[in-house]
Design a protein around this ligand. Sequence first.
Ligand code: BES
Ligand code: MN
Ligand code: ZN
Length: 481
Amino acid sequence: MPIAFSHARHAPADVDVLGVPVAQGEPPGPGAELSDAFLAERGFEAKVGETLAIPDEQGGTVIAVGVGDPSAIDATVLRKAAAAFTRAAWKDASIATTLLDAAPPGLDRGVAAQAVAEGIGLAAYRFTRYKADGKASRIRSAVVAGSGGAKASAGVERGARVATAVNAARDLINTPASDMTPRKLAAFATDVAKREGLDVTVWDEKTIAKEKLGGLVSVAKGSDEPPRLIRLEYNPPGARATLAFVGKGITFDSGGLSIKTAYGMETMKTDMSGAAAVLSAMSLLPAFAPKVRVIGIVPATENMPSGHAIKPGDVFAARNGKTVEVLNTDAEGRLVLADALSLAAEAEVDAIVDLATLTGACQIALGLKIAGLMGNNDGWIDQVRGAADRAGEAVWHLPLPSAYRKHIDSDVADIKNVGPRYGGALTAGLFLQEFVGDVPWAHLDIAGPARSDDEDGWTVKGGTGFGVRTLLETALKFKKP
Ligand code: BES
Ligand code: MN
Ligand code: ZN
């Protein structure tokens, strides 16, 4: 869906529906004559994301869109309001909004315009590939109208691009596991690299074994689908530092021999959400052109039970030489990430950030909307947290207590892959830490926010694409920690 910018302070005359911002305690608009009394009569309180549709005399519709407290309007508020407006305008073919002009003077016009366009593009998404009557929405075009000139226009273009990339990640996540195998994921990465101008390398199962990726080999053993190790690289002229993005790419997590319940498996096609976020974030880099080299690493495999599968009690040697006792084959994400993190550390990057749907425990700790943020370097953690804040993606810093490290001591190997039930997100983080050496590293456990059961703000049902925008922001403002 094209999203265009218009300099007009009102909507183009031919749109079906116009979204007009309403801040609390301020006159509505610009863009349409709405009276406070009229809105108040209908119980409209102008809360962020609240909408009220009002037919006009010409057969079109004006939608009042709440933006809340005028002194608190930031990019996140604009993104949410634009998303709510888009949902309310779902049945209209051409939509326009003057939400941009609700932005306070202190907010950069480009940032504001990008947020509005992101909100529209993200809320207009539906996964329809497997539906006979699969129309994403009736919206065919959107216009972001307002002041800000070239800056706002460029912002709208950036927002549309970002939304397209996030929606591509959602498609990968929502596609059933049998149609999104490690090979398919690698093919997607190869296509993206060709289209956007990234370097790409894909290791097949033979190379993976030769390169001693013991964790990836071990998890892949139970599957008839061969694993892949995907590596994308963005290397701009004049890059002064290198960053690594690592994403968990379990295309289906049955648990392996430590098998999940039927219910526990229902959503496990989404266990490659970290990988999807990394691939989509990488796809944006050439257009956004940060002056930093970025390597994206995705270990991809299914986790399946079979006569070939890794068994509880088995020991393997990881890429960095550490031996790992696998006591629960359902703690597989950390095994494939161990090797991917080692590869990143070997590449002598200046910092690593990984994304993984790693633990149910993180869902218990933070709920379904907030990702756990852990790491070994406070400055780097702060950078990633700042990026997530700008992106409007909720993260919360969790500790990696050295006192808990003993919980993953093994009786037979250097380390074991599970600890006690309590604090499971932290044990997983402590496990990963063993594979990054002394490279500044941040870990995002996205088990909660990677998928959604409801429509909320910029998220839709199913895969959310959480992390794409945080990664992009991280690269754009990267400073060596
Ligand atoms: N992919 C799961 C984590 C997960 C669970 C993500 C639910 C999203 C929703 C991961 O591989 C897993 O199974 N983790 C186990 C670890 C345990 C065996 C230590 C878990 O969280 O139960
Ligand atoms: Mn698992
Ligand atoms: Zn998993």
